[in-house]
Design a protein around this ligand. Structure first.
Ligand code: ATP
Length: 198
């Protein structure tokens, strides 16, 4: 039977890093960010709703939704973020469900659904267990400043717009603490993978 793991965590906590290690171990990974991108293509239903909510200024010259421009609007404005989420999350949940059903049909062993919004968007019914990646605020600030060149206040605004680690951990079947180095997190992932296959 296919096991579906919902992998979540705050901005910069290490979700993609953990997903990469799980993929190396043999999991199929669905990146929900990429699922969202499907709906940013011109003239889909979601595209139309997003443009009517936020205006033409969020489009690229090709008419696609520009995620950076949209990001600037919603991460400063809780109401705008809610509006965007109302448009995107139900559609993404539906598409993810279709993909998961297909993997289940194929008999894939482990599928990882990487989703920052797993809990907030109420996608828990799509997964069999929840793994939370948690890094402290100071670790996230350091990594994202150094590795992505983000400013402290941008990072803090994003952290504040999301659930806290404590709240996420309430839903967790496993917690991957990621304040150590890459070898440490890789080892934690390897142990969890082994537990799954005992
Ligand atoms: P986002 O929320 O933006 O999608 P994320 O949760 O997927 O981020 P990653 O992209 O995996 O997080 O990690 C954020 C940054 O921190 C990346 O540049 C990654 O290489 C780095 N990183 C993650 N874990 C570690 C670690 N244990 N040691 C050093 N760097 C790390």
């Amino acid at each position: 039977m296919t096991r579906v793991i919902g992998l979540t965590g705050g901005i910069g906590s290490g979700k993609s890093t953990v997903s990469r290690y799980l993929a190396e171990l043999g999991a199929i990974v669905i990146d929900s960010d990429k699922v969202g991108h499907e709906f940013f293509k011109p003239h889909t239903g979601a595209w139309r709703e997003v443009v009517s909510a936020f205006g033409q200024q969020i489009l690229t010259s090709e008419g696609e939704i520009d995620r950076q421009k949209l990001g600037k609007i919603v991460f400063d404005n809780q109401e705008a973020l809610l509006r965007l989420n109302q448009i995107m999350h139900p559609r993404m949940k539906e598409l993810v469900k279709t993909q998961l059903d297909e993997y289940r049909r194929q008999g894939v062993d482990v599928v990882v659904l990487e989703a920052a919004v797993l809990i907030e968007a109420n996608w828990l019914s799509n997964v069999d267990e929840v793994w939370v990646v948690a890094a402290s605020e100071s670790t996230v600030l350091k990594r994202l400043k150094e590795q992505r060149g983000l400013k402290e206040e941008q990072i803090l605004a994003r952290i504040r717009s999301q659930l806290s680690n404590e709240e996420r951990i309430k839903y967790a079947d496993a917690v991957i603490y990621n304040d150590g180095d890459l070898d440490a997190v890789r080892e934690t992932v390897r142990e969890l993978w082994q537990n799954l296959h005992q």
